[in-house]
Each structure stands twice: as C-alpha cells, then as structure tokens.
Design a protein around this ligand. Structure first.
Ligand code: SAM
Length: 246
C-alpha cells in the first residue's frame, strides 16, 4: 500500500529544506502541490526531478479520488504547499483524512511553520496558545471572532496579508487597547526579517507610518486576568505616588 508524505518546505530561507524532505521529494512517484510553477522553481533549485500535479483549494475534491487511486496502486505520494507546512492555512487536511480513511499511512516530514516560528520568537507565553490563521473577511463573522480573540487569555497567533494588516491592527486596537502585548513578525527567515512590538499601540503607530510590505504573522498576548491587572495598576499607582512625593 502507498504512503502519503506530507512534507514541510521553507517559508523563505531555502536552507530550511531538510535533507529528509529533499530525499523524499526526489523519491516519491508524484508530488501534489498548490502551484506547479512555484514548486517547480523549488525543485529546480535543488536539482530534484519530480512529477508535480496541482492540488489547490479549487480542485481538492476532484483530485483526492485520483490521488487515492495512486496510493491504492502502491505508489508513494508527496504533498507540499507553496510554503511551510501543508494543512496549516494551506490545502492538505482533506487529503490526509481521505488517505487515512482509505487505509494508507500518512507520514509528516516536519518543516518550518510561520505560526510556530513567530510564536517562539515573540517572547509571549507559549505554554498554551491559540491559532486563528486568517480571520474571516465577512464583517459579521469577523466581528464575532475578533471579540473572542480580545477576551482570550492565551496567546493568539494570526496570519494576515500586507494589504489588510493595518485594518486588522485597528480592529484589535479598538477591542484590546494600546497596551496589549503584540509582536508582529515580518518576513521570517528572510533577509529583511523584522519584529515590531512590543504592544498593539507601537505596532499600529509603526504601520501607520510605514506601509506594510512582505509577509506578516501576528502574535497577540492574552487578556490579562483581573488580578494581574489590579497588581499592575497598584504598581503603577505606587510609582505615580512615589514620583509625586519625591
Ligand atoms: N502553511 C504555511 C505555514 O506553515 O506557515 C502558511 C501558509 S498561509 C497561506 C501564508 C501566511 O503565513 C502569510 O500570509 C503570512 O501571514 C504567514 N507567513 C508565511 N510565511 C511567512 C514569513 N516568512 N514571515 C511571516 N509570516 C509568514
């Protein structure tokens, strides 16, 4: 029986393609990818000859039965996306489920993921966290999710495109306030990698003055609980009193 290999690819720096990923990309019978031209470039850079077939959100339903047939015939399949881990805000999860349901093995070859890379480099609590991916565009759905994110106590990771970043920062600012911890990761693993933070107020000011360009992942600190807030307010009050008395 065939095996589906879900293979992580770089999110910028090509040095992040693992030797195991290279080996499998060279040896599977077929590689399903979002964009054959984009992934063709990746394979070319590594001198890998592979048979690419397109697998994107618009042809998922059509492609799955064909790919399962290949697995039934004992072929091994690779699944990659344009960047990072397939299945994380990218196509993949339906194929993985269908493969398992057809009785074939799925093996993931881990690689970079923008969400985890941004979380780890933010310095915000990472013991427990939420991943929201891209927020919905429809205003009603969006408002509901934004409200729940604002109340969330755990760190939340959000993906956003450059032309919507400022709108998202304003929406979060209105609900979470200027002091909420926020770290915006820009162009992770790339030449112009940058971190903008450490609060929502700072990030909003920065991107009001600098047009967002590149790829962005937001890491928003959780809502402080009332005890923490009281403590913080007390400390601030005491400092203010000290200043006034000095
Ligand atoms: N599957 C990918 C992963 O594992 O990270 C995510 C794919 S999703 C379609 C693309 C989004 O991920 C971008 O719009 C951006 O929010 C985030 N992203 C991808 N690469 C990034 C990078 N190098 N720096 C910051 N964010 C990135």
């Amino acid at each position: 029986s065939g095996v589906l290999y879900v293979i992580g690819t770089p999110i910028g720096n090509l040095g992040d393609l693992s030797p195991r990923a290279k080996h499998l990309l060279s040896n599977v019978s077929v590689i399903a990818c979002e964009d054959t031209r984009h992934s063709g470039q990746l394979l070319k850079k590594f001198k890998i000859k592979g048979k690419l077939v397109s697998f994107h959100k618009h042809n998922t339903k059509l492609r799955i039965p064909k790919l399962i047939k290949e697995l039934d015939a004992g072929e091994s399949l690779g699944l990659i996306s344009d960047a990072g881990l397939p299945g994380i805000s990218d196509p993949g999860e339906e194929l993985v489920l269908a493969t398992r349901q057809a009785g074939h093995d799925v093996i993931c070859i881990p690689g970079p993921c923008a969400a985890i890379t941004a979380l780890v480099s933010s310095g915000l609590p990472s013991q427990r966290f939420c991943f929201e991916g891209f927020l919905p565009y429809k205003q009603k759905d969006r408002s509901l999710i934004l409200q729940s994110i604002a109340k969330e106590k755990r760190t939340t990771i959000i993906y956003e495109s450059p032309h919507r970043l400022l709108k998202l920062l304003k929406e979060l600012y209105d609900l979470c306030g200027t002091n909420r911890p926020l770290q915006v990761a820009r162009e992770l693993t790339k030449k112009y990698e940058e971190q903008i933070g450490p609060t929502l107020g700072n990030a909003l000011e920065h991107f009001t003055n600098n047009q967002p360009k590149g790829e962005f992942t937001l890491v928003l600190g959780g809502k402080p609980n009332s005890e923490e807030l009281k403590k913080k307010n007390n400390v601030e009050l005491q400092e203010e009193m000290k200043r006034l008395l000095d």
